[in-house]
Design a protein around this ligand. Structure first.
Ligand code: NAD
Ligand code: DAU
Length: 359
């Protein structure tokens, strides 16, 4: 591993009750008992304390329900806890929701990020300056736009976001860099490809399809299923974020990806085969649930990450193969029906019914 240049003492994780955030919080709470982890989350439909049950009583973990847009409350928390490091994951994260309701994405992802940066700048300035402080902005490969059949996104690829979600994340990336260049705030930034694993809200492709398959509901494939995504095990994303926040160079951006491209329909067929085996179904039974539906508006064709910088400068590598990770993920959802019931009760059910009807 590369040399450590920043050692967090009090780490504030925003969005720590969400999918990736809960894995990040669990990793720091369990592997770094010397680090105090403050988990700030507004608990939107996507955030759930059920994601944190195994660590809720850990002595180095404190959960705080708060909106990142509440600058004064966040500033007070930063003072009270003497936070020296922020890892910022809180966001509206689902592309389909950004198409049906963009304003929440602009509010949280753009204004919320600016508000959080302002709170950090104010409080860290009061405390004598930015020495020993670090702000890590967690972003997405979608800011780079869409690829054709060839090529990869590098850290130098020009921004070309296309959806309300990706444009709001792109704006937040620019704002974070502006706080670095203008005010000298110490930052690192990372752009990651599609994550999969446990605790992912079942509106995203993999958990939605597992849940529908179990219930023998249709599996709604957008368009022809030919779009390509580059999939990374969520725990490997969490390990990359740790390497970047502790070893990354000030002001630098790192792409994170697993070099694991899949055409949607091939991935869906692989999932169906694994589900047939795990659910004792006859071969091909789950695949019969595949239903081609209207394509996503403005659907980006292909994402693929070049993670050379992260590998060569910081020595990070993904830990498991996709087949292994997907198998573990399916097992987790099959074993955690109670979690699925809990997180899909209430607000999400209404959204899901409106969005997908009887598909
Ligand atoms: P998620 O939707 O599962 O979780 C987001 C969390 O943020 C939730 O717990 C939610 O309650 C919280 N939140 C939302 N608005 C908030 C606000 N105003 N104040 C405080 N908390 C708020 O998202 P995720 O998939 O875990 O993604 C986490 C981050 O990683 C996001 O910034 C996303 O853009 C980025 N990212 C995600 C992926 C992916 O494949 N899921 C890939 C690359 C980057
Ligand atoms: O690339 C990183 C991004 O990956 C993150 O920044 C986003 O937060 C995250 O949601 C994810 O975005 P995608 O749009 O790629 O993920 P999603 O799981 O929604 O869709 C994956 C692919 O599957 C995409 O091509 C659309 C398709 N799809 C999705 C759903 C929900 C379907 O065909 N049917 C579906 O029902």
């Amino acid at each position: 591993m590369a040399e450590i240049v920043h050692q967090p003492k009090v780490l504030l994780v925003t969005g720590g009750a969400g999918f990736i955030g809960s894995h990040v919080v669990r990793r720091w709470v369990t592997r770094h008992p010397e680090v105090r982890v403050i988990n700030l989350d507004a608990l939107t439909y996507a955030g759930n304390l059920a994601n944190l049950k195994d660590i809720e009583d850990a002595p180095n973990h404190r959960f705080v329900r708060m909106d990142i847009g509440d600058t004064d409350a966040v500033a007070q928390l930063l003072r009270e806890e003497k936070v020296d490091t922020v890892m910022h994951l809180a966001a509206e994260s689902h592309v389909d929701r950004s198409i049906s309701g963009p304003m929440a994405f602009l509010e949280t992802n753009i204004m919320g990020t600016a508000s959080l940066l302002s709170a950090c700048r104010t409080v860290w300035t009061e405390q004598g300056g930015f020495e020993g402080k670090r702000f890590h902005h967690v972003s997405t490969d979608e800011v780079y736009g869409s690829l054709g059949e060839e090529g990869f996104f590098t850290e130098d690829t020009a921004y070309d976001p296309r959806s309300p979600y990706s444009s709001s994340k792109a704006a937040s990336d620019h704002i974070v860099r502006a706080w670095h260049h203008t005010y000298g705030l110490p930052i690192v930034l990372s752009n990651c490809s599609n994550n999969y694993g446990s605790f992912q809200f079942p509106e995203k492709l993999i958990p939605l399809f597992i849940r529908n398959a179990v219930q023998k509901k249709p599996l709604p494939v957008y368009g022809q299923g030919v779009n390509v995504r580059d999939w990374l095990w969520v725990e490997d994303h969490a390990s990359a974020l740790e390497v970047i926040i502790t070893c990354g160079a000030d002001g630098r951006t790192y792409n994170i990806g697993g070099e694991n491209e899949w055409k949607n329909i091939d991935l869906i067929r692989l999932m169906c085969r694994q589900l047939d085996e795990k659910l004792d179904r006859s071969a091909g039974e789950t695949e019969q649930l595949i239903t081609y539906v209207q394509d996503r508006a403005g659907h980006d064709m292909r994402y693929a990450i070049d993670a050379t910088r992260l590998r060569e400068e910081l020595g990070w590598r993904p830990s498991i193969t996709f087949e292994e990770g997907l198998g573990k993920t399916i097992d987790w959802y099959l074993d955690n029906g109670d979690w699925l019931d809990e997180v899909t009760s209430g607000a999400y059910r209404d959204y899901y019914d409106n969005q997908y009807g009887n598909r």
